[in-house]
Design a protein around this ligand. Structure first.
Ligand code: FAD
Length: 615
């Protein structure tokens, strides 16, 4: 029977926990609820089942059902798959928390460290359909009633963190806010791997773990990982948040799900001629705030006095001293007002974490991507599995909204890896499978991932229809197994050399004619074969331009700048389509032969990526 909420104080405490709007309030209500029910959060193995048993409240039942359904998935072996593993997660951003939840479901002990004491990011994230289904299945609507009720699917970073934090706590994850991870502490004597934290006296410093998940966002990666910098053309992003009063008039204003310049020339032309704001694209989401993200052209920012002085170096260009904040606010305000047809009444900036108008300018000219997603360190016989997830693995371009979609895919792939680790699969095999999946990540789109969202789990085969889990062989990733003496284990499987199959001639002809068709008519480009014709880099640039004219200005290219042209093409292919280059740009200038097999592999991937996006 439905008892009135006031009868049992634990019901009111649970309600307060579920509805809490800040990180602090959530943690306080959670502690009070646990105290009241006499359940110990540190007893992570039994915490969830005890909480469920002791909180006999109809409002919680629906949530328990959802969690139970997820937890019953075969992948987790009833919470036994990783029952001996201890995992430290750096960062309570959406990706760190989402990974933590999966690790808890696998039965591991999970500790999350978050340097911030509060969740304050208003900016809004685009969600692919699978992420919505994933969050709904985990009971997101219980924590945030408005979740994905609009026509476009999105959520503020803050709200998403709140939902995931509550779920993580319910599943027995220990989350420490206001604690900064400073580095790894190698095993010594009888102690295992630990973290150096600040404040140094925090209890988290004593936690010993065998899995470390680095989800610190941005460009932070732990020792041992290399980051690639992928340079594109100058891209200056601006985000702005305005107060949403949820009035009827505001409700009528249309969202903009991503207008790129090439698709709506007229709109951008009018924006430029009427108010002098020159943009490449703009997105508007109506969420907790009215959120805008746009890519602005440097010329108009200089003209409007947003950027004070022109510099070719982007860091100097966007250095705080070179940005006029008031002019930036005016620029963002004008863009927001114009693109919503002046329909949003009383546009007033929302406040950011520092209490200032929430408008910011970011440089997306160089995007960063980790070269590998995982590694194993072994010291004094103690192994540590280290994995990157979220922005620190692949930095997203915000206006495209791939951050959470690819971030959660990597979180699931990582959980799958930890599962193998927990089951005792040899380290090189664990790493090889993870790295094979990582090759796919930047190429994932809503189109090429499975549509059967209900079946999504941490098992990669439920998400990637044609994933090749043994694309990378253990021998290829030996360097990722870092043992004290610097030597890695022997490979457990022999390398299988790729051989061109007999019918390859026909396939080569098809590929060549596709390349010729799509580079026809470009100056200084004549594709006659699948090797030498590509040396100057002009043909690669022409291919990109043919499909994505906004990415390259062909008139600026010099056919003799072989390294420059190839570097540009390689970077764009990697950044926009996730295709890793097969050689260095500088190698193209040497007189050695271009390896046809490598070029064929590369061009085949390019054809797949370009035709998929354009059919
Ligand atoms: P984050 O969300 O960045 O989380 C990383 C967490 O790690 C943070 O909470 C950070 O405080 C914590 N951390 C870092 N270092 C340490 C340490 N040493 N010790 C302890 N904790 C640490 N995406 C969009 O699509 N649109 C946007 O408008 C947008 N705006 C953004 C604005 C900002 C200021 C930032 C930082 C990111 C923004 N993003 C935006 C990116 C988006 O937030 C991420 O794609 C998404 O949140 C998933 O990222 P994540 O969980 O990997 O990392």
């Amino acid at each position: 029977a439905n008892e009135p909420d006031s009868v049992d104080p634990s019901h009111a405490l649970f309600d307060r926990f579920v509805q809490a709007q800040t990180c602090k309030e959530t943690q306080q209500n959670f502690i009070e609820l646990c105290r009241h029910l006499e359940v110990e959060p540190r007893d992570y193995k039994h915490f969830y089942s005890k909480l469920k048993d002791r909180l006999n409240y109809w409002k919680a039942k629906d949530l328990w059902q959802k969690i139970d359904k997820r937890a019953a998935h075969l992948d987790y072996d009833q919470g036994q798959a990783c029952h001996q593993n201890k995992c430290l997660v750096l960062g309570a951003g959406p990706c760190g928390l989402r990974t933590a939840i999966e690790l808890a479901l696998l039965g591991a002990q999970v500790v999350v460290l978050e340097k911030r004491a509060s969740f304050t990011r208003n900016n809004v994230l685009h969600l692919w359909l699978y992420t919505i289904r994933d969050l709904l299945n985990l009971g997101a609507k219980k924590f945030y009633g408005r979740f994905c009720s609009g026509s476009i699917h999105h959520i503020s970073i803050r709200q998403l963190q709140m939902i995931l934090l509550k779920l993580a706590l319910i599943l027995g994850v220990e989350v420490h806010t206001g604690v900064t991870f400073e580095g790894l502490q190698e095993p010594s004597g009888s102690t295992g791997w630990r973290a150096q934290v600040s404040p140094a006296s925090h209890t988290a410093a004593a936690f010993e773990f065998d899995v470390f998940i680095s989800a610190g966002g941005g460009r932070y990666v732990p020792d041992g990982f290399k980051v690639k910098e992928l340079r594109g053309k100058l891209a200056i992003g601006i985000t702005a948040n305005f107060v949403n009063r949820h009035s009827k008039q505001e409700a009528r204003v249309q969202e903009i799900s991503g207008v790129a310049r090439i698709y709506n020339q007229k709109f951008f032309q009018a924006l430029q001629t009427e108010i002098g704001v020159d943009l490449e694209n703009i997105v508007y989401y109506k969420d907790d705030t009215h959120y805008f993200v746009m890519t602005a052209k440097k010329g108009s920012l200089l003209k409007k006095g947003v950027i004070k002085q022109d510099f070719s170096d982007v860091n100097q260009l966007l250095a705080p001293a070179n940005v006029n904040q008031e002019a930036l606010q005016k620029y963002a305000y004008d863009a927001a007002d114009f693109s919503t047809d002046h329909m949003l009444p009383d546009l007033e900036f929302a406040k950011n974490h520092a209490g200032h108008p929430d408008v910011a300018m970011f440089d997306f000219t160089c995007m960063h991507r980790a070269e590998n997603a995982s590694l194993v360190k072994e010291r004094k016989g103690k192994r540590l599995l280290i994995a990157l997830v979220g922005d620190s693995l692949v930095e997203p371009f915000w206006p495209l909204g791939t951050g959470i979609a690819r971030g959660f895919l990597a979180a699931f792939d990582t959980a799958w890896m930890v599962r193998s680790w927990g089951k005792g699969v040899p380290p090189l095999e664990v790493l090889a499978e993870r790295e094979s999946l990582y090759q796919l990540l930047s190429q994932t789109t809503p189109e090429n991932t499975s549509k059967n969202y209900a079946a999504y789990s941490i098992d990669p085969s439920t998400r990637y229809p044609n994933a090749n889990l043994s694309l990378m062989k253990p021998v290829q990733i030996k360097r990722l197994y870092n043992i004290e003496d610097g030597k890695a284990n022997k490979p457990t499987k022999p390398i299988i050399k790729t051989k061109l199959k007999k019918d390859s001639i026909r396939r080569l002809e098809d590929l060549l004619s596709w390349c010729q068709k799509n580079t026809a008519g470009y100056k200084h480009v004549k594709v006659k074969d699948l090797s030498e014709s590509w040396r100057s880099g002009m043909a690669l640039c022409a291919l990109i331009h043919n499909f994505r004219p906004e990415l390259i200005d062909m008139s600026c290219l010099d056919e003799y700048n072989i390294t420059g042209n190839n570097k540009l093409a390689f970077d764009l292919m990697e950044r926009e389509f996730g295709i890793t280059p097969v050689m260095r740009a500088s190698e193209m200038t040497t007189c050695g032969k271009i390896d046809q097999l490598s070029m064929v592999v590369y061009l085949t991937q390019i054809r797949n990526a370009l035709t998929e996006k354009h059919t």
